[in-house]
Design a protein around this ligand. Structure first.
Ligand SMILES: [Cu+2]
Length: 153
C-alpha cells in the first residue's frame, strides 16, 4: 500500500515528492542498521560482562540505598533485588518513605531492624559468602512484598 501511494504522488506532483519519499526510506534503512549494530554490540558484550562478574566483581560501593515505599497500593522495597559483591562488609542505608513503621529483616543473616517513618536507618552487612541469595522481608507486615539480597561470587 505505502509504495503504491508513493508512486502515485510521484507521478502526479512531480519528482520532488518522489525524492522526499526516497529520503524517508533511506532514513528508515539507516536507523534499522543502527539498531542492528546496537544489538550485535549487546550480544557481544553481555557474555563478557557476565564472565567478569562471575570471576569476582569489582564493586567500589560502600553504601547501598534502599527505600521502603508504596507502589500500586503495595508496600515494597526498592530496589527489590539488591546486588553486592562478596567479601567486604558494607552499609545498607534504608529509608522508609512511608508514614508507617516497617520492618527490614534478612533472616538468613540474623538481621532484623525497624524503620521509622520518613527516617534513614543505616545497617552494616556482615562479610558475605558469594553465590548466595538472601530473602529480605518486612517482619511487621506479611503482605509487604519481599526483596532479595544477591551476593555475587
Ligand atoms: Cu512493612
Amino acid at each position: 500500500m505505502g509504495s503504491q501511494e508513493g508512486s502515485q504522488e510521484g507521478s502526479q506532483e512531480g519528482s520532488q515528492v518522489g525524492r522526499r519519499g526516497d529520503r524517508k526510506t533511506l532514513e528508515r534503512r539507516s536507523s534499522g542498521r543502527t539498531w542492528a549494530w546496537l544489538g550485535a554490540a549487546v550480544l557481544l558484550c553481555a557474555p563478557l560482562a557476565c564472565a567478569s562478574f562471575g570471576g569476582g566483581a569489582t564493586d567500589p560501593r560502600t553504601e547501598i540505598q534502599v527505600v521502603s515505599a508504596v507502589v500500586g497500593g503495595k508496600n515494597v522495597f526498592l530496589p527489590s533485588t539488591v546486588v553486592v559483591g562478596s567479601g567486604a562488609a558494607r552499609t545498607l542505608s534504608l529509608y522508609n518513605g512511608t508514614e508507617t513503621v516497617h520492618g527490614f529483616a534478612i533472616p538468613s543473616l540474623g538481621i532484623e531492624t525497624v524503620l521509622q517513618p520518613r527516617t534513614e536507618t543505616p545497617i552494616e552487612l556482615p562479610a558475605l559468602q558469594g553465590g548466595q541469595i538472601h530473602e529480605i522481608v518486612c517482619h511487621l507486615h506479611g503482605a509487604h512484598r519481599r526483596a532479595a539480597l544477591v551476593v555475587l561470587d
